[in-house]
Design a protein around this ligand. Sequence first.
Ligand SMILES: [Zn+2]
Length: 302
Amino acid sequence: MHMKLTENIIIKVLGRRGRLKVDEFRVRHDLVKGKFFTKKNIITLFLQNKLYGRFILPKQIYGQIYSWKECNDAIFLKFKNINGKRRTCPFCGWRGKIFVTFHSKYNKIINNGCPKCGSFPRHRLQYFYLKKKLSNYKEINTLNIAPEKCMEKFLQSYKNIKYISCDIKAKAMLKEDITRLTFKEKQFDLIICNHVLEHILEDKKAIRELFRVLKKDGFAIIQVPISNTYKTQENIRFTEEQRERIYGLSDHVRYYGLDFKKRLEKAGFKVKVDKFANKLPKKYIDKYGLDSTEKIYVCKKD
Ligand SMILES: [Zn+2]
């Protein structure tokens, strides 16, 4: 499946007209940042492996952040007919042979992102978890922090959900700093906060804020990347390079360990670490590209 991007395919993606400003694609590489490029430049740089980094593809295509290598896979999946469509995305209905591989400098996760809506295994697992829970409620005041397109659409499809999304910089309904939310105490029945805290220096403050705005009988799903060590690794003096190598990505400020549960409990949460993937039919793991070892951190007030 690892086909190289050909000129033809990239032109299909970028369109035949105009030029691209690379800034729009959040390319971090100094060589190309801020410059204008023609399609031909981009293709040449890409093929010479000089262009890499995380960037946003045109929204109408994926609506998610991908690296060039992921883009390569995603485009391949989009434009090539693949036999044996055994994988399905529960959010958008995409069907194909395999989900897109995630690449960072030191990491590679195969069968990961949905090429259509950008869902990751963690979202797809939560899809089934939430689907089971959400219809039990009459009205659910929901807060989605740093909303993912797939989650946003899914939650908004529920008539009983009053949906609010917020983020400090990316697109969301409200601009909010998670360490000092402007919401009232006990405002939300449901909070979804996926892979946010590992970016926040003052994560204890952020967890306390999530606790504050959650209703007494509500619940919050708070997910972070977790390593197998007990203790969370955190060193504020790390360089970007060290963060990428040790924490997984350069914008992560720590790598949580199994003591993550304790951190949540310190703010007052009662935490259930739900091995929900084990409760689903076995065939779901493969079919929907789930991570069978992933646990959902369900946080309640009592
Ligand atoms: Zn999808």
